[in-house]
Design a protein around this ligand. Structure first.
Ligand SMILES: Nc1nc2c(ncn2[C@@H]2O[C@H](COP(=O)(O)OP(=O)(O)OP(=O)(O)O)[C@@H](O)[C@H]2O)c(=O)[nH]1
Ligand SMILES: [Mg+2]
Length: 450
């Protein structure tokens, strides 16, 4: 059923980001804005938000808020008015996505019971596995361990509980199956298990229905009253677009929740629901899920999202990713050779590998500032990724000596290397040219450093 979800990288807000950078890039050449100029820009922002599937009334409110600030700050004709407009839009985006107070990074208090609710197929069970995986990994990276228990009271779909059991095994956390069959009593039984065995956290999976349905909501309400979980999380499928806000509203009225997790952000969603959620529901989005694997979960950080939309990139996320995935030693070795102002082909291969570890060129590029308006087409990125793979293969088929002293690479050596890597001699030459460019850059880098 979900096979048609195109497997893209984390692309939420790419749509808005591209729209916004084309709207605002023209501003850079203007300083004083006229009334018509501002009107024109606001109209374009308005249209872009609508196209991104933000509900109409929320778009109206957004534009109105920006307009009020524009008047209040007497922006028209004033010096630096374009910078001021950028700042106003940015602040309002943040206000819409994060509310008036910054929520700070969310983390679960322990011990606690987490009840997970949402429609059928929204991704509850998968998300529970992802949360468990994230908590486990987080604890492990600090040299600790967490006692995590997964349990389900989804008696609606026959295989639902088995699915959770399999996922628990996969991510390596405990699973409990209550012998009781009444969802409310079974939920209570699961909580007893959690308490008696001194677990840190219990994630309780619940049954969904295809549509918001009175029986489902009634059952959830009863479970909620019986076990009084510390957290109630709503799982929402981003692919349902604006409809997801309505669904969330019903859950909020009937059962309540403290925060949401938006799933399937790797689909073609234009991010409208994610943008409007906080403003419409007055509740935060805590995480977004971006794929089917246990690791495909990210903490939702509105300020970073705003940066991404405004085309300022998201270097912080990239750096964190880099820190996680690239061993300290590797980083240090590279920075040493950078400091020396000299890199070898060995270092060059390492650079390529680092990008490889971060995913792909395309996954790195989108975090870089300014890349919003400098559109790299998917073809360009794919070409880049292929080139990197080819380069790695070429370097691998060189001898250590050749890697250190590229000068000894004559025609016969090049031919041998090309054959070993399954490429042409022209490819080997291209790599050498790139490498020389890179060396020049490092030299420059060193001189600037001085
Ligand atoms: N591409 C993608 N697929 C997802 C994501 N989250 C969940 N899925 C898929 O969506 C489908 C439904 O997920 P489940 O976790 O079973 O959903 P559920 O809410 O537990 O559904 P019920 O138990 O039937 O109520 C599965 O095929 C998941 O692999 C996501 O972030 N991205
Ligand atoms: Mg399920």
């Amino acid at each position: 059923m979900f096979k048609n979800v195109t497997k893209k990288e984390f692309n939420m807000f790419d749509f808005l980001s591209q729209k916004f950078s084309s709207i605002f890039s023209r501003l850079k050449t203007q300083t004083r804005l006229t009334e018509d100029g501002v009107k024109d820009i606001l109209q374009k922002v308005h249209d872009a938000l609508l196209e991104a599937d933000v509900p109409y009334d929320i778009v109206q409110n957004f534009i109105e808020e920006v307009r009020k600030e524009v008047v209040g700050k007497k922006l028209v004709h004033s010096l630096n008015s374009s910078e001021m407009l950028l700042k106003i839009v940015q602040d309002k985006l943040l206000f819409f996505m994060a509310g008036s107070t910054s929520d700070g990074a969310f983390s679960f208090q322990m011990p606690s019971v987490v009840m997970v609710e949402g429609l059928q197929g929204s991704g509850k069970t998968t998300t529970i596995a992802k949360l468990a995986y994230a908590l486990k990994e987080q604890a492990q990276s600090r040299g600790k361990s967490r006692r995590i228990l997964l349990a389900s009271v989804d008696f609606y779909r026959p295989a639902a509980i088995d699915q959770l059991e399999i996922l628990a095994q996969k991510v390596g956390v405990d699973f409990y199956r209550s012998p009781l069959t009444d969802p409310v009593e079974a939920a209570h039984d699961c909580v007893k298990k959690f308490q008696n065995d001194l677990y840190d956290i219990l994630f309780l999976d619940t049954a969904g229905r295809l549509h918001v349905d009175a029986t489902m909501l009634e059952e959830l309400k009863k479970i909620d009253m019986r076990i009084k979980p510390k957290y109630k999380l709503l799982v929402i499928d981003a692919m349902t677009g604006q409809e997801s806000l309505k669904i969330a509203q019903v859950f909020e009225e009937k059962v309540g929740f403290m925060g949401a997790i938006l799933t399937k952000m790797d689909s073609d969603t234009r991010g409208g629901a994610a943008f409007a959620f906080r403003y419409a529901l007055k509740k935060p989005i805590l995480y977004v899920a971006t794929g089917e694997k246990p690791a495909d979960l990210e903490v939702f950080k509105p300020d970073r999202m705003v940066s991404r939309i405004m085309g300022m990139g998201d270097l912080q996320t990239l750096l964190e990713k880099a820190e996680e995935k690239i061993k300290k030693g590797e980083q240090e070795a590279l920075s040493k050779s950078f400091a020396r102002g000299k890199i070898s082909l060995e270092d060059f291969a390492q650079q390529i590998d680092m990008v490889g570890k971060l995913g792909s060129l395309s996954s790195v590029v989108k975090y870089l500032p300014g890349m919003g308006s400098f559109k790299m087409t998917p073809e360009m990125l794919e070409k880049g990724d292929k080139e990197m793979k080819r380069f790695r293969a070429i370097i691998r088929s060189m001898t250590p000596k050749e890697r250190l002293y590229t000068k000894i690479l004559d025609a016969s050596r090049k031919a041998r290397i090309a054959a070993g890597a399954g490429v042409t001699v022209a490819d080997v030459n291209m790599l050498l040219t790139r490498f020389e460019q890179s060396q020049k850059f490092v030299k420059l880098f060193k001189n600037v450093g001085k």
